[in-house]
Write a protein that binds this ligand. Structure first.
Ligand SMILES: Cc1ncc(COP(=O)(O)O)c(C=O)c1O
Length: 388
């Protein structure tokens, strides 16, 4: 028996990724070497003190029960970390743990929107923003991130009546996929617009610890007025190489946090005690590895973007994140370029269109290989698309 899926799911297409997976499997079957730069999972290890905390936790039989809520120990660790790292004081009602930003963001609109409410999302943008808004039956309006505007939001291009109907806007810097960082003034402007039009701001902070060329990662909540009009997701996935533990927090305006908590209390029995212990170790332990890792990502960025420039490509340096956003050569679309590259050289990128229509003309490479290997990969790319 074949059962039909919910009509709501017709919105989603697996097309491009399924086709890429099939091609990759085929290359591997042929015994070809594959360089997978399409993944968003760091190749770095978690710090020893985090793994030791988990080891200790698994030996404690009490830690196998439903946790139901965040432990005081984890909430305190988060609050102290925010104060130390970002200069932001967080009170109890202003924070909740979520099972990864992906999960929290996926449910946020359901907790805060009614069908038809407008949600403003970046194009190109990280796909869960759109999926979450769709689940809640929101009207999705995109703001464009373009190179000419340094990949920053330009709300002047959004009609005023749309801004008035907007429930919330999602922003995320340093940005996946475009690799741009934002100045504090961008957030200051956004806060003024939120106050004027009555929407709130959700900042997705996944990469504050992967930021280059002397820029400082900061929390949106450190900007005056932010907590009045917004909240941010702070994920431990990339800073601490804990992608598989699903650890993130929503922090900020208590009414936003309260709504998500209420919704989550209906289906979530809490983050595993083991993972909460890992979060405590990450947030209270030394962060020298986080700093070293950022320097290594920058070396990789230099190797990939600099290597492509040597091959005659118009590749600019990412300002942060573990990704680079590269314009495809003339005569190719994002998809045809990624496909040709994969077939010819075994290098796998992600077509920019996987992140929205404005991603056309770009492909994204993840910095998940050592710098030396990335430099070799740029030579393979250069041979596939000679620019000189
Ligand atoms: C911008 C952005 N937000 C959120 C996530 C997901 O974070 P988490 O692992 O906490 O679900 C990612 C992961 O790649 C990301 O790039």
């Amino acid at each position: 028996m074949e059962y039909r899926q919910a009509a709501m799911l017709d919105y989603f297409q697996t097309g491009i990724f399924a086709a890429m997976d099939e091609k990759k499997a085929e290359l591997l079957r042929q015994g070809r070497k594959v360089y997978n730069l399409s993944v968003g999972t760091p190749d770095f290890r978690p710090a020893g003190h985090i793994m030791r905390a988990l080891e200790e936790s698994v030996r404690n039989p009490d830690n196998y029960k439903y946790s139901l809520v965040d432990t005081e120990e984890m909430t305190d660790a988060l609050k102290n970390y925010y104060l130390r790292r970002y200069g932001v004081a967080v009170s109890d009602g202003e924070v909740t743990g979520v099972q990864g930003t992906q999960e929290g963001m996926g449910h946020l609109a359901m907790a805060l929107c009614n069908p038809g409410d407008v949600v403003l999302l970046p194009d190109p943008g990280y796909p869960i923003y759109e999926a979450g808004a769709h689940f809640a039956g929101c009207e999705i309006v995109y703001y464009e991130l373009v190179k000419e505007n340094e990949f920053l939001p330009d709300l002047a291009s959004v009609p005023e009546d749309v801004l008035r109907r907007t429930r919330f806007i999602v922003v995320s810097y340093p940005s996946n996929p475009v690799g741009a960082a934002a100045p504090k003034s961008m957030y200051e402007d956004l806060i003024r617009s939120a106050e004027k039009y009555g929407f709130f701001i959700i900042n997705d902070m996944a990469y504050s610890d992967i930021i280059f060329d002397g820029r400082e990662g900061f929390s949106f909540l450190s900007i005056p007025g932010a907590k009045e009009v917004g909240a941010e997701f702070f994920s431990l996935s990339k800073s601490f190489n804990l992608t598989g533990l699903r650890l993130s927090f929503l922090i900020g305006n208590p009414s936003i946090v309260r709504a998500l908590k209420l919704l989550r209390s209906q289906y979530d029995f809490g983050i595993s005690f083991h993972y909460q212990k890992a979060a405590v170790a990450a947030l209270t332990g030394p962060t020298d590895e986080v700093v070293r890792q950022c320097a290594e990502y920058q070396r990789r960025r230099d190797a990939l973007c600099g290597g492509l420039r040597k091959q005659g490509w118009n590749a600019w340096d990412s300002q942060g994140t573990m990704f680079t956003w590269i314009p495809v050569p003339k005569g190719y679309t994002s998809a045809s370029c990624v496909e040709t590259l994969m077939e010819t050289s075994g290098v796998i990128g992600t077509p920019g269109t996987a992140f929205g229509p404005k991603g056309e003309g770009y492909m994204r490479f993840a910095l998940v290989k050592p710098a030396e290997e990335l430099l070799e990969i740029t030579e393979l790319i250069g041979r596939t698309f000679p620019m000189k």
